[in-house]
Design a binder for this molecule. Structure first.
Ligand SMILES: [Zn+2]
Length: 126
């Protein structure tokens, strides 16, 4: 008679453990935004980069905080993660040191950070 009870109990335990391993949703307290790559982790701010907290599970998502000589703000990184495109950011440094320029940053389908200029016609990437 107790077989079903035991079975149900086991199922509940299984659910409990599944629940325990479910990542906590991103909040301001524990991360910037949900990871755009694995969609399960949370992107956390480190000293030099923002990266997914599921790196132990094999997610390699990570972006440098400094892009083209410009340190990104937390809200710019959050924009990049959530909208995959930032507002125009001023003050990127030219590589030859001859000055600076303004551009947006976008997150590509391959989860790389790339510059985008408003006057540039960006070829559609597969
Ligand atoms: Zn991830």
């Amino acid at each position: 008679m107790h077989t079903l009870d035991v079975y149900l109990h086991y199922q509940l335990l299984a659910l409990y453990f599944q629940g325990a391993s479910t990542p906590i949703p991103a909040t301001a307290a524990n991360g910037l935004a949900p990871c755009p790559e694995c969609k399960q982790g949370v992107v956390r701010l480190g000293p030099k980069s923002a990266s997914c907290n599921r790196w132990k599970e094999g997610c390699k998502f990570s972006i440098w905080l400094e892009q083209h000589g410009k340190k990104l703000s937390e809200s710019q990184i959050t924009q990049l993660l959530e909208k995959r495109r930032t507002n125009v950011i001023k003050g990127f440094k030219k590589e030859d040191g001859s000055g600076s320029y303004d551009a947006r940053l976008i997150l590509t389908d391959g989860f790389k950070v790339r510059l985008e200029f408003d006057n540039e016609v960006t070829p559609k990437r597969a």
